[in-house]
Design a protein around this ligand. Sequence first.
Ligand SMILES: Cc1ncc(COP(=O)(O)O)c(C=O)c1O
Length: 454
Amino acid sequence: MSTTDWPTLPALPDPATAAVLGSGLLEELSYAFSGPFHFLLPDAFDANLRALRAAFDETGVDGTVYFAKKANKAALWIERCALTGAGVDVASAGELREALGHGVRGEDLVVTGPAKDPGLLGLAVRHGALVAVDALDELDALVATVPSGARRPARLLLRCLPPDQPHSRFGMNEAELAAATDRCLRAGDAVRMEGFSFHLSGYAIQPRADLAAHLVGLCLKARVQGLEAGRISIGGGLPVSYTDADSWHTFLSEQNSGHYHAGKSFGSGDFYPYFAPAAGADALRALLAARPEGHDGSFAGLLKEAGVALLTEPGRALLDRAGATVFRVQGVKERDGYRLLTVDGSSLSLSEQWFNSEYLPDPYLLSYAADAPAGTWPACVGAATCLESDMVSWRKIPFRRRPGIGDLLVYPNTAGYQMDSNESPFHDLALPPKVVVDRTERPRPRWRLDRHFT
Ligand SMILES: Cc1ncc(COP(=O)(O)O)c(C=O)c1O
């Protein structure tokens, strides 16, 4: 059977990942760890950050990037943020402590998430972090944490419930925002109300531009009332392209239940959109250039005219091409027309599988046997657990060489959300360590363990 009978989704070429794959390092590390592991590429993170900052500089918009820490637990990214002066978006006391502990200043943190507990609010106030307030009772709790006569006020944004996503459980509606603005005024020196925020589900540009422009309007009104209101945060949601347009659309039009183990079926809406016409920094550029509804000029122009700064909290986009996940094949079964591989870890190390979806970019096969026959060898990938549903890939991936025991499967571009958000020591399997590959252009890449690898 030819590869055209089996849908593929090749990852976009990435020289840094290719250099690691070709270096022999992964075989050694797989032997050393005796289990799956992730590798991290800090240069990619730095490049993504520079690209986002360049998009701000090109338009003259006063913009700040906060890395959404939830997207990956490694200490590495926080260290990069501390060194490059980027902010960090934290959503728990643990994340806040990690960020401080790895050198990020409190004033460079934004604290998001619903109904933050008093401990987290207290820490945020003591360290001068910006709090995105999600509800009126949370605002009261935040004000209550500020001791009278305190040197530091509570710095806050008021989070808006997106009118187009009225079922979201996050943010405040217009009436609540008005009440919150009043309470900020009454709280006087105890608070510094710096503006408004939102986070939208989905990746569309125009609704973000429209809602962000609305928040600029709210800032102008709040200033008239005597509040500072000089910044808005648009949350995360800058999309990432994992593959090219053609591959993505062909995949969607071809895939059907015959292409998956056990006749599993996915609708096209079940998948992350693995291709975006404007991704990462280009999505930010498109947003700044968009014309918000009811305005004649660009969103960038509106921000500058109003003197409002723009905060973004990208997670996935900062981690684009910044890491990959490596499993070793430890068993191979023949099935009717395809193979069932079993690898040395679980799908808890590839989180997409836990959202009734599938992580689609094709894994690379590093063959153990030098003479593994070439051809088309479709195979799905199961986990080393006793759960029928624990599949790393339900899809029968058309490998170009016959997969065998001892081969490595390298899932590309997994740093954004795939690596650790669902990891678990189920079955007493070790959590996959994270390896930082510092320079890929050396003849042999240098590696070290991320400090936060357990
Ligand atoms: C408030 C907030 N900010 C930022 C993010 C990061 O989003 P992304 O990784 O899509 O950029 C999220 C994700 O859920 C979020 O809820």
